[in-house]
Design a protein around this ligand. Structure first.
Ligand code: FAD
Length: 307
């Protein structure tokens, strides 16, 4: 029996026990905000942390590749899809509020988290309202907006370390947050849940700020088209979107991928865009911005190769 045959049997057995649900040979374009990506061999939704850990242990034991995602809102899946197991944390949505501390499962949406905080008169997560990611994805990326960053509020995370087989806790500086950086990047660590320390505040003020930030998103971002948000990281001394716009690239298209006419920091999928279109457009933007301004810009969006 091939590894895939035993993996399929494992998944069938775990799904019959109610531990997870899974899809086989399923298009990733249907599961990410960019609406790009070919079929993954397996897409799995573990229902508990235990099921997630068992699946990862099993995949490792038979040498099958896997990758963990939250809402796939900051990734570009590959045109041939993904050989191995794509794991989504969407079912891990626990939430506990203890005074000013909220503990949230990695699959919880950060927008839902900010609403829960508001309902408990807790301030600090307003900036995440409207970010279409999960807690795990936002912590991994140290997501930020409008002057706020996850690092300002995330005091610790519980993670599974597949190399040691242990659950570990990373607190404070141990999370090594930087601009769109964390210790979790390019590491095997899987975030299970995170703790956020917030401040008691007037719910009317919290709500007003959330509404203002959402209105800014609606006004400035091309939310009517599939994208992965801002494609490039900020660069020192410049506004990246302005550099792209000043390079004359607003509206520039390669295949179905286009530099948004509304916000030059976004690449949008105008319909039928491929990963290859997006990668070529990213390279073109980098070359033009460098040629015209001598500034190197780096992608924030994470490309996930098929193998
Ligand atoms: C319209 C739009 C607006 C956006 N606005 C913002 C914004 O204002 N600010 C901002 O920072 N970003 C923004 N983004 C980008 C994106 O939403 C954020 O980066 C978000 O935090 C990603 O979360 P996710 O759950 O979708 O992560 P995913 O895209 O699923 O994953 C991103 C990375 O995190 C890893 N990862 C995810 N979950 C885990 C886990 N549990 N354990 C270990 N690794 C994990 C993945 O392997 C991947 O490498 C926007 C995107 C869109 C489409």
């Amino acid at each position: 029996m091939t590894d895939y045959a035993t993996l399929r049997q494992y998944l069938i057995s775990e799904s019959e026990s109610g531990e997870l649900t899974f899809l086989a040979d399923y298009p990733l374009s249907a599961l990410c905000t960019f609406k790009i990506g070919g079929p993954a061999d397996f897409v799995v939704y573990p229902k508990t942390e235990r099921a997630l850990i068992s699946l990862v242990e099993y995949a490792r034991s038979i040498g099958v590749r896997y990758n963990v995602f939250g809402n796939a809102s900051n990734v570009l899946f590959d045109d041939p899809g993904y050989r191995g197991v794509v794991i989504f944390t969407s079912e891990l949505k626990s939430i506990k509020i203890d005074g000013p501390i909220i503990t949230a499962g990695s699959g919880m949406s950060v927008t839902a988290l900010s609403v829960a905080a508001y309902r408990s008169s807790l301030s600090g997560l307003e900036f995440t309202y409207g970010i279409p990611g999960s807690v795990g994805g936002a912590v991994y990326m140290n997501a930020g907006a409008y002057g706020g960053e996850i690092k300002d509020v995330c005091i610790s995370s519980r993670v599974y370390n597949p190399e040691t087989g242990e659950i570990e806790v990373y607190s404070g500086d141990e999370q090594r947050f930087g601009y769109r950086e964390s210790i979790y990047m390019n590491s095997p660590l899987i975030i299970l849940s995170s703790d956020f320390r917030l401040n008691e505040s007037d719910p009317v003020e919290i709500e007003t700020l959330m509404k203002n930030l959402m209105n800014q998103r609606i006004e400035k971002q091309p939310l009517d088209l599939p994208s992965a948000g801002s494609v490039f990281k900020r660069c020192k001394g410049y506004f990246t979107a302005k550099l792209i716009e000043d390079s004359g690239l607003k509206g520039k298209s390669i295949g179905g991928a286009q530099v948004s006419e509304k916000h030059a920091g976004f690449i949008v999928n105008k319909g039928g865009a491929t990963a290859s279109d997006v990668l070529k457009l990213i390279e073109h933007i980098q070359e033009e911005v460098y040629r015209q301004f001598g500034v190197e810009i780096q992608p924030e969006v994470r490309f996930i190769p098929a193998e």
